[in-house]
Write a protein that binds this ligand. Structure first.
Ligand SMILES: [Zn+2]
Ligand SMILES: [Zn+2]
Length: 158
């Protein structure tokens, strides 16, 4: 990710919250072998309801936020990570012991985190729900969430 990444036009949700500059979040897998810390902003929180994400995240949808690579570090257990890299350079990092999906990667560097592995409330203001036309028949979307039939187009951006 570079400073010219167009997605950076999204507001970093953390910048005005009460954690101020000392903000820090921790996350870990189900068994606790792998732990990480996020010291920078989370941004672009997304929940994708497509059939591919259902399988990749073993859930009704992905729940994911991007990070700045400089604001993320592994605290312990990094040797327990295993990776799956798909086409186009995007991949996922799992705990090889318990199977939790911890992070997304792009070209082998951490690109974002799965919100489910966070230990604290990230206080995200709004998660965009994308590809809701592809959601599973058994999923009921909450009222009032921001939805997109498919991916977001540039006109969807704030
Ligand atoms: Zn684990
Ligand atoms: Zn998806």
């Amino acid at each position: 990710m570079t400073p010219t990444d167009p997605l950076r036009s999204y507001l970093p949700y953390y910048q005005s919250n009460e954690r101020g500059m000392s903000m820090s979040l921790t996350g870990e897998c189900f068994c606790g072998a792998v732990k990480y810390e996020v010291t920078g902003p989370l941004f672009d929180p997304l929940s994708c309801h497509c059939s591919r994400c259902r399988k990749a995240f073993s859930s009704q949808s992905s729940n994911y936020a991007r990070i700045d690579p400089g604001g993320f570090r592994w605290v312990s257990g990094e040797e327990n990570l295993t990776a799956y890299v798909g086409t186009h350079g995007f991949g996922l990092l799992f705990c090889r012991i318990c199977g939790s999906t911890l992070c997304g990667t792009f070209n082998e560097s951490v690109h974002g985190i799965t919100l489910g592995c966070l230990n604290e409330d990230p206080e995200l203001e709004e998660i965009h729900h994308i590809f809701v036309d592809s959601k599973a028949s058994w999923e009921v979307l909450p009222h009032g969430v921001k939805t997109f039939s498919e991916g977001r187009t540039p006109t969807d951006r704030r």
